[in-house]
Design a protein around this ligand. Sequence first.
Ligand SMILES: Nc1nc2c(ncn2[C@@H]2O[C@H](COP(=O)(O)OP(=O)(O)OP(=O)(O)O)[C@@H](O)[C@H]2O)c(=O)[nH]1
Ligand SMILES: [Mg+2]
Length: 467
Amino acid sequence: MFDSLSDKLLGSLKKLRGQSKISEENIQEAIKEIRLSLLEADVNFKVVKSFIDAVRAKAIGAEVLQGVNPGQQFVKIVHDELVRVLGSEAVELDLKSSDGRPAIVMMVGLQGAGKTTTSAKLSLFIRQKYKKKPGLVPADIYRPAAIEQLKTLGNNLGVPVFPSEASQKPEAILEKALIWARENMVEVLILDTAGRSQIDDQLMEELERLKAIANPREILLVADAMLGQQSVAVAEGFHGRLGLSGLVLTKVDGDARGGAALSIRETTGIPVKFLGVGEKSDALEIFHPDRLASRILDMGDVLSLVERAQEVIDEKQAMESAKKIATKQFTVEDFLVQMQMMKKLGGLEGIMGMLPGMGQAMKQLKDQTKPDDEMKRIEAIIRSMTKEERQDHRILNGSRRARIAKGSGTQVSEVNKFIKSFEQSQKAMSQLMKMGMGGALGGMFGKGGGKGGMPPFRGPGGGRFPF
Ligand SMILES: Nc1nc2c(ncn2[C@@H]2O[C@H](COP(=O)(O)OP(=O)(O)OP(=O)(O)O)[C@@H](O)[C@H]2O)c(=O)[nH]1
Ligand SMILES: [Mg+2]
C-alpha cells in the first residue's frame, strides 16, 4: 500500500534514523526529500506545504525530549504529522436507527469508483462488526446490468437485496425499499446509486432528491485512490451539493500513490472512513490514520520501544551506572542491574523484534546460540558470585571460578569467557565516555535530567551478546 511513497519517505529518514546527533543541515536535507516524496505521491501542494512547515517547526524546536535518539525523534515528528494529515482518529459509522426505520447509508461517487462493490463490502462489514441486519438497494437504473451486479453480490453474501427494476425511477425504488426494509427487519439500508463520468447537475439533482427521501445517516463518497489529488475536486463537488459524512478510498491495493489519502482530509475536512483493498467482498479496512502512518513509515515499533524503555528504567540507577562507567568502576553488580532492566524490556529478542529490519536478523541468528539463552547463562553465573566478587571481579581466582561454574551449572571456561568479555566491555565503555560520547550514551542512560534510556547492549551486528 502506497509503496513508492513509503520507500521514498523511508529513504529520506534512513539517513537520520541512526544518528545520535542531528544537525540543522541534516534536517533541512531530509525535509527537502520528504517534500519531494510527497509531491511525487501526488499530494496536494497546500497539504505538502503545511506538512513540511509543521515538521520543520517541530524539529527545530525539538530539543525537549531527552533520552530518545534524535533520529527516532525526527521519525516520530514526521509520523505524528502524517497521522494529523490523515485525520488523527478513525471515525465510526453512524448507524443509529429510530422508530423501526432503518439507518440509511447512501453511496455516491463517479462512474467505476467502486460504489457497487463497496456497498456489498459494507453490508458484510455491518453484519459482522455491528451485528445489524443489512439490506441492499440498487438504484442505478441507467447502466445495464447494474442492478444484477448488486443482486449477485448480495446473494453471494446472503444479504437481502431489494428487487429493483430498471423501469422504475430511483425515487420510487427508494420509497418501496423503505417499506420492504421494515417488513424484512432490515436495520441498515445501503443505497447504491448511479455514477457519472463527471459531476453533472442532473446526477446531483437526482442524488439530492434521494437524500431528501432517505434522510440518510451517512452519505459516503466512494473515490478511486488512483485519481490522486484529483479526488479533492470530486469530493468538494459532492460535498457542496450533498454534505458528505465520509469517504471510502478504493483500489488502495493497486499502485495508488497516496495523494488522495493524504490530501483529501486536510483539504475538505471530510473523514476517510474505509479503504477498499481488493475486489472481494471482505477487502474493506477501517481507516486508522495512525496505523496507516506507521505502515507508510514502516517504523517497526521503534517508538513504543523508546516509550517502554523510558518507563522501566530508573533514572537514578542509570545515572549512577553512567558515572561509574566514566570512572571505570562499572561492576558485575551494575551489569546485573542493567541486564534485569533489559529483561523487563522483553529480553534482547523482544527488543530486536521491535526494531525495523531486526526480525530478519533474528531469523539468521536462530541456528546460532539464542541471545536470550546466553543472557540466562550469564545471569546464572553472576548469581553464583558473592557480593564481594560482584563488586570487584579481580578477586576471582581459580577456586572461586570453579565454585561459580558449579553453582551456575556452567563450565569454568564459560565463567572465564564471561569475565574476559566483561573486562573488555568495561574498558570499551569507559573509553566511550572519555571520548565525550555523552550524546551516544545519553541515549542509553539519559542525559542530565533525562528520562533514562536503553541499557547497553549490542545487536547481532556487533557480534554475540553481550559484549
Ligand atoms: N482492486 C480493487 N478493485 C476494486 C476495488 N473496489 C472496486 N474495484 C473494482 O472496480 C471496478 C468498478 O467497481 P464498481 O463497484 O462496479 O464501481 P461503481 O462505482 O459501482 O461503478 P458504476 O456503477 O459503473 O458507476 C470493479 O471491477 C471492481 O471489482 C478495490 O478496492 N480494489
Ligand atoms: Mg455501480
